[in-house]
Write a protein that binds this ligand. Structure first.
Ligand code: NDP
Length: 338
């Protein structure tokens, strides 16, 4: 059983050396009488929040810290190889919280979701049809409360979540601008995902001026993925009664001292609603979301770009690449091709 373990807790920017690919014994059978299942992992997902789990916290975080010496865990797609659970049969395709390893013994299969559209690429269940897709859908519609004609800004716009937020905004009849960290990504936003405008934030000397250029009348919805200086520039460009679904703040995850945002009074002056949300609060709506999104994909209304690393050996570099912007689209790791 090839697996990726955490070698040591991380401070500051993570390195490949903080993780290690090792070989251990695989659990291929379910303990007699238990309701567990064994999953053969096909694809595992790389997600920014994993960085937080690599740090030792002195008070409980919203997800438990990883443990040095133990396998990393995250969402993945797998095939059931053995099961003592009445709802899961050998051969079922599922996605849920699994290990960065070839085979995982899942003690609570009921936390997994069944894959109802195996005719779509299975890897999509780490992205557009999985956790990031649900994040975009819930954050944009439930927290953002969009209306037709709204001016929408998305940061980290070409990523797993961002590319979907932009496309959902276009389907809603909004005007959408995205920012991303390379010209290649900006081009994708405009040509593949249908954003009205996009810009490379690394090439802008003055983010405030860039936002004024793209939003002369201000921003109604800012889908927040990065935090820091981007948030500060956005706050000055929000319209009265604007909404900011706070999905994440990736620019802060590797800083030992988070940056300050100096103009939070704009929340008062512009009567903004800035609201954090967590995707797991929406897991009870997953199958409704799956049907809606599978429909969009089949009708060609939504497209999705993935960045697939081949093999668990590539997983540490793929994870770290999220923090340098190396990934183009949803980063995942192919563990086994069925
Ligand atoms: P992405 O696929 O967007 O990958 C991360 C991207 O972030 C990189 O490609 C890079 O793109 C950008 N980035 C990295 N470092 C910085 C930086 N210092 N400043 C600005 N941009 C940076 O990741 P996801 O779509 O999976 O995640 C996007 C956000 O959503 C994250 O903040 C994540 O934590 C959050 N999230 C929150 C969830 C929730 O339940 N609240 C669930 C899932 C995700 P670029 O080249 O454009 O800079």
């Amino acid at each position: 059983n090839k697996m990726v373990i955490l070698k040591r807790y991380v401070t500051g920017f993570p390195s490949e050396d903080d993780m290690e690919v090792v070989t251990g014994t695989a659990h291929l059978a379910v303990p007699p009488g238990s309701a567990a299942m064994v999953v053969k992992n096909l694809y595992v997902s790389c997600d920014p929040y994993m960085r937080g789990r690599m740090t030792k916290h002195d008070r409980p975080s919203y997800v438990p810290d990883f443990v040095p010496g133990e396998v990393l865990v995250n969402f993945g797609v797998g095939k059931v190889m053995a099961s003592g659970h009445p709802d899961f049969k050998v051969g079922d395709l599922v996605w849920g919280m699994t290990g960065w390893e070839e085979y995982t013994l899942v003690p609570k299969p009921e936390t997994f979701f069944k894959i109802n559209h195996p005719e779509l690429p299975l890897s999509y269940y780490t992205g557009v049809l999985g956790m990031p897709g649900l994040t975009a859908w819930a954050g944009f519609f439930d927290v953002g409360k969009p209306k037709k004609g709204d001016y929408v800004f998305v940061s980290a716009a070409s990523g797993a979540v961002g590319q979907l937020v932009g496309q959902l905004a276009k389907l809603t009849g909004c005007y959408v601008v995205g920012s991303a960290g390379s010209d290649e990504k900006v081009n994708l936003l405009k040509t593949k995902f249908g954003f009205d405008e996009a810009f490379n934030y690394k090439k802008e000397q003055d983010l405030d001026a860039a936002l004024r250029r793209y939003f002369p009348e201000g921003i109604d919805i800012y889908f927040e993925n990065v935090g820091g200086q981007t948030l500060e520039a956005v706050l000055d460009n929000m319209r009265v009664h604007g909404r900011i679904p706070v999905c994440g703040m990736i620019s802060q995850y590797n800083l030992e001292q988070p940056e300050g945002v100096h103009n939070l009074f704009q929340v008062v002056a512009k009567r903004l609603r800035m609201e954090g949300f967590m995707v797991f609060d929406y897991f009870n709506q997953y199958y409704k979301f799956e049907e809606e999104m599978a429909g969009y994909l089949k009708e060609g209304k939504v497209s999705y770009v993935e960045d697939v690393a081949d093999g668990l050996e590539k997983a540490p570099a793929a994870l770290i690449g999220l923090f340098t912007g190396r990934n183009v689209g949803k980063q995942l790791v192919a563990v086994a091709r069925e």
